[in-house]
Write a protein that binds this ligand. Structure first.
Ligand SMILES: Cc1cc2nc3c(=O)[nH]c(=O)nc-3n(C[C@H](O)[C@H](O)[C@H](O)COP(=O)(O)O)c2cc1C
Length: 202
């Protein structure tokens, strides 16, 4: 079962979440494919910001996502840092190029969900995920979240909700992903894979 984990990350937090989701996919016997979205921030700005430069350096070996990656996948995890309570332009830019695959009905009946990193606790974890789910419905995906049988949802003091995995990066984006947030990422990866298996066999 191929699960495409396609994400954008400026400072590396969303990228680290993608890796944890990939661990969950593997735990469920699936094959995670991690791909990043092309950067839209001008090179000179990234060069002038040590934090952005470090984020880009961390991800330099992650391949850029292609339409073929979307075609081959049995399920999707879309990851984004929040931007004013909404999806990043970099991920939206990739979505806006999916028209040819949408016409071919490539996404219909495949499971998909969303994960998010925000700076602050109430800065848009839920709005970003829920708003993005509109896209998933247009594509014809079966939406996957995280059920409360994942007990970390009761315990988290950071991110993570029934809508999908979340991480609070805090000021300067330096807060590490905590154990509850990590468990929710992995549970989401496992669930996406299990549901992809079931949908493929019907
Ligand atoms: C232009 C911009 C807008 C942002 N808007 C929000 C926001 O609405 N709410 C919030 O909590 N954090 C906001 N942030 C903080 C980012 O979400 C945070 O830096 C990000 O989650 C870190 O993820 P990354 O390391 O994957 O880039 C914003 C950051 C930028 C640069």
């Amino acid at each position: 079962m191929k699960i495409l984990i396609v994400y954008y990350s400026t400072f590396g937090n969303t990228y680290k979440m993608a890796q944890l989701i990939a661990d969950g996919v593997k735990e469920a016997g699936g094959e995670p494919i991690i791909r990043r979205c092309p950067e839209l921030i001008p090179e000179n700005i990234i060069e002038s910001r040590p934090d952005m430069k470090a984020g880009a350096e961390m991800q330099k070996d992650v391949p850029l996502v292609t339409l073929e990656d979307f075609k081959q996948a049995d399920g999707y995890a879309f990851g984004t840092p929040t931007r004013f309570g909404n999806v990043s332009a970099q991920l939206k830019n990739v979505i806006d190029q999916l028209g040819p695959l949408w016409i071919q009905r490539v996404f219909e009946g495949k499971p998909a969900g969303v994960f998010v990193s925000t700076g602050t606790l109430h800065g848009g974890q839920e709005t970003t995920i829920l708003t993005f789910m509109t896209v998933l419905l247009h594509l014809g995906c079966i939406i996957v979240g995280v059920p409360y049988s994942v007990s970390d949802l009761y315990l988290t003091k950071g991110g993570g909700s029934p809508y999908g995995p979340g991480h609070i990066a805090e000021a300067e984006n330096k807060r590490e992903i905590d154990q509850n947030e990590a468990n929710i990422c992995k549970a989401f990866g496992r669930r996406l894979t299990e549901i992809a298996k079931r949908l493929k066999s019907t």
